[in-house]
Write a protein that binds this ligand. Structure first.
Ligand code: ZN
Length: 291
């Protein structure tokens, strides 16, 4: 297992971590500059941030900073109420693949979607099995497109508390079942993003990480689970402040040969009150001590 105590060369910053400051949305160029000031070598930006800053401009600026992309957030949201909605999702996901290629991302992260309309507070139906079959078909179709462009797709299982509104793939086992069904050759085209916030509680976690193996382990997202958690979306903890044994899980992932970045992804009303410099200095310190 790699020793992170002496440096932060394998620390990546998911740009949502610096997305807001005192309620004000922060432009991506400002976030990238802050990361560069702290010697961050990799980031994982969100599509809305890239669209606001401009794709070509962002690609140039990332190259100028000499940064890598540990991932691109995100594709997915494959479910819909009708054929037109499914087509729209398909086309949007293809654009996401194209953007990920332009940005030279290590993978496109997929948050797969769930009951249509639920995120807006009005689920169109209660058929989770239908949602899961649309997700399967959506990934299958996108995989062909992404494979032709050599852009790996990383299915991110989300904590079951999001099963209705964000993702109906909720365990690593479920994500790997999809991988094995849709990409039996395991050539690195389809895999998983292991986000500790979503999967830390799973009694099958170590077993499923071993099942995934190096070819399927495309990304590792780290933060911590606070007790109590006061907001189901935006109260993620800084590494070391919660109950996740991050180092143990990183050990399992690295035992499979994973040698990529630990991507810090913290959506937090608490941390979004602090300055970028304070957040990044803390991320670097905790990456050394708690990751
Ligand atoms: Zn994540």
């Amino acid at each position: 297992m790699r020793d992170f105590s002496g440096g932060h060369e394998w620390l990546s910053i998911n740009t949502a971590t610096l997305r807001r400051q005192n309620g004000v949305e922060q432009p991506l160029p400002v976030i990238l500059d802050a990361c560069a000031r702290h010697g961050i070598r990799a980031v994982s930006p969100w599509r809305d941030q890239v669209h606001a800053a401009g794709l070509a401009q962002t690609a140039r600026s990332i190259r100028a900073h000499g940064m890598a992309l540990s991932g691109y957030c995100r594709g997915g949201m494959f479910t819909a109420v009708d054929a037109a909605g499914l087509r729209e999702a398909r086309d949007d996901n293809r654009r996401a693949v194209d953007e990920a290629c332009e940005l030279q991302a290590a993978c496109l992260v997929l948050v797969v979607g769930a009951l249509p309309g639920a995120l807006q507070g009005r689920a169109a139906h209660k058929d989770l099995a239908l949602a899961r079959s649309q997700v399967r078909d959506g990934i299958a179709a996108l995989l062909e497109y992404a494979r032709a462009r050599a852009m790996p797709l990383a299915i991110e299982p989300l904590h079951p508390m999001y099963a209705a509104d964000r993702a109906c793939v909720n365990t690593l086992e479920q994500a790997l079942d999809l991988c094995d069904e849709l990409d039996p050759v395991q050539a690195g085209a389809l895999g998983v993003a292991v986000d500790l916030y979503h999967v830390w509680w799973d009694p099958k976690l170590s077993e499923q990480i071993a099942r995934a193996g190096k070819q399927r382990l495309l990304a590792l997202h780290v933060c911590d689970w606070l007790t109590p958690t006061t907001d189901l979306l935006n109260d993620r903890g800084m590494m070391g402040d919660g109950v996740i044994d991050i180092r143990e899980v990183r050990g399992w992932v690295e035992a499979q040969g994973f040698a990529g970045y630990s991507e810090v992804e913290i959506f937090s009303h608490r941390w979004w009150q602090r300055s970028h410099d304070e957040i990044l200095a803390t991320c670097i310190d905790r990456h050394r001590r708690s990751v």
